[in-house]
Design a protein. Structure first.
Length: 87
């Protein structure tokens, strides 16, 4: 649960920062689209200028990979329930 709480905190911070107009510099793809050319919030997924479907699938696959193989529910080989933050 600590892991998911930290992810939610980062997501919230990302919303606050991008809605205040702070975006990464440079292009998001090879065709020249900048990070600023995409809208904030749900409009980035469902709006007229939404992120392309292939890009959204890459993000979803990467997060799934992290969840399944990198962000384990044990720390340093400990069994689940034997490390701080695990209820």
């Amino acid at each position: 649960e600590v892991k998911h709480g930290r992810v939610c905190q980062l997501a919230f911070l990302g919303q606050i920062v991008t809605r205040n107009g702070v975006h990464l510099s440079g292009d998001i793809d090879y065709s020249g689209h900048s990070f600023e050319s995409y809208p904030n919030g749900l409009a980035a997924v469902f709006g007229d200028n939404a992120i392309p479907q292939a890009g959204a699938l890459q993000i979803f696959a990467f997060v799934g990979f992290l969840e399944l193989f990198v962000m384990k529910d044990s720390a340093n080989g400990a069994e689940p329930g034997e490390f701080p933050g695990d209820f």
